[in-house]
Design a protein around this ligand. Structure first.
Ligand code: ADP
Ligand code: AMP
Length: 216
């Protein structure tokens, strides 16, 4: 299965993708996570991407397409993939179609997570992750069970993203509106898009996604 999770920053794509990895054996392919790993490794690609990411703008299409191609063929060979944060432009969506044709695969579902802008700012302002295992949390909506200890791996170090601030968020939301939202009619014409109410609690969103994947 190839599933695309589409939605603005903070909509809950990563949260739902991680759950689907566990429940359905799909592989999460997050271009944001891949880029952050390149930045952390200090690679040429990471050096090129860092400033753009910190400013909340989109990394050039050719960089993203080159980065995801190999990962997609590995994940495609397995059970399937959840695309989280990719594609983000119509050019990326067209490149994805070409990659999938080569692999003899196709997109099964595009799920649009709909969340109000005010809620998105709240979500990214409180987001943090475990430095060791990457589990995602929120100060108010999903705190760790024991303060300062990761529920998943008992790690005690947490990180907050530099671009998760209200100022950079304005640029990121603008990029979503201008460059990413046009993907919706691109897939809509193929009747692939299903909308899910991303304002609901995590478990309710998960149930709505399950209903789409199970054809209910
Ligand atoms: P995205 O991957 O779309 O940027 P995340 O999955 O990282 O978004 O979610 C952003 C923040 O909001 C995280 O801190 C997460 O814990 C929290 N969150 C995710 N889904 C919900 C939800 N349905 N209700 C409340 N908070 C949520
Ligand atoms: P994310 O983790 O999805 O919020 O992405 C963080 C940042 O990485 C974005 O603000 C962009 O700068 C960059 N990025 C991630 N995925 C893409 C993509 N598909 N196209 C362009 N830039 C991307």
């Amino acid at each position: 299965m190839i599933l695309i999770l589409l939605g603005p920053p903070g909509a809950g794509k990563g949260t739902q993708a991680k759950r689907l990895e566990e429940t359905r054996g799909l592989v999460q392919l997050s271009t944001g996570d891949m880029l952050r790993a390149e930045v952390a490794a200090g690679s040429a690609l990471g050096r090129q991407a860092k400033q753009i990411m910190d400013a909340g703008k989109l990394v050039p299409d050719e960089v993203i397409i080159g980065m995801i191609e190999g990962r997609l063929s590995q994940a495609g060979a397995a059970h399937g993939a959840i695309l989280d944060g990719f594609p983000r432009t119509v050019a990326q969506a067209e490149a994805l179609d070409a990659m999938l044709t080569k692999l003899g695969r196709r997109i099964d579902h595009v799920i649009e997570l709909k969340v109000d802008e005010a809620a998105l700012i709240d979500r990214i302002s409180g987001r943090f992750t475990c430095a060791k295992c990457g589990a995602g949390y929120h100060d108010r909506f999903k705190p760790t069970a024991k303060p300062g200890v990761c529920d998943n791996c008992a790690g005690s170090e947490f990180v907050r993203r530099k671009d998760d601030n209200p100022e950079t968020m304005k640029t990121r939301l603008e990029a979503y509106r201008q460059q990413t939202a046009p993907i919706l009619p691109y897939y809509g014409a193929r009747k692939l898009v299903r909308q899910v109410d991303g304002m609901a609690p995590v478990e309710t969103v998960a149930a709505q996604i399950d209903a789409v994947l199970d054809g209910r």
